[in-house]
Design a protein around this ligand. Structure first.
Ligand SMILES: [Fe+2]
Length: 142
C-alpha cells in the first residue's frame, strides 16, 4: 500500500469517514498504476475511477451541508471545486506527456496532500457540525 487512510483522519461522521476510506483505496490503486509503469490508457482508466468517486463524495458532503444549513458551505464547496479543477488539469497533462515521473509527483501532491489537508481541517469542521446538527434523522432520509 502506497497511501492509506488512517484513523487520524476520522471526522466523526460515519458516512463521510466510510467514503474517505474508499477514496484512499482508489487513490492507492492510482499510485500503484503509476509505480508499475502502466500505459497512459490504464492510468487514464484508474484516474476516471478516482474522479468518479471524488464527484460522488463531494456531492454527498454538499448535500449534507445544504440539508443542515451549514454556515461555511460555500467556502467548503469552493475547496472541492479547486480539486476538481486540478484533476482536470492533471488529466490534460497526462494526455500531453503520458505518465512521466513529474506527472506522478504532481498527481500525488495534488491529490494526496490536498485530501489529507482538506480532511484534517475543512471536513473535520463539517464532521463536528454534523454531530450537533444531524441531517434530518433516519426517517427523513432519501
Ligand atoms: Fe469536503
Amino acid at each position: 500500500m502506497i497511501v492509506s487512510w488512517d484513523p487520524s483522519l476520522l471526522v466523526g461522521n460515519a458516512e463521510i469517514d466510510g467514503q474517505h476510506q474508499e477514496l484512499f483505496r482508489r487513490v492507492d490503486q492510482l499510485l500503484h498504476a503509476l509505480q508499475m509503469g502502466s500505459v497512459t490508457a490504464e492510468v487514464e482508466r484508474v484516474m476516471a475511477f478516482v474522479g468518479d468517486y471524488v464527484h460522488l463524495h463531494f456531492r454527498q458532503e454538499e448535500t449534507l451541508m445544504q440539508r443542515t444549513g451549514y454556515p461555511d458551505r460555500q467556502a467548503h464547496a469552493a475547496e472541492h471545486l479547486e480539486l476538481i479543477r486540478s484533476l482536470a488539469g492533471l488529466r490534460e497533462e497526462l494526455g500531453r506527456t503520458g505518465p512521466t515521473p513529474e506527472f506522478a509527483a504532481a498527481l500525488a501532491a495534488a491529490l494526496v496532500d490536498w485530501l489529507k489537508e482538506h480532511i484534517a481541517t475543512t471536513d473535520t469542521a463539517l464532521g463536528t457540525w454534523l454531530s450537533s446538527h444531524p441531517p434530518g434523522g433516519a426517517a427523513r432520509r432519501g
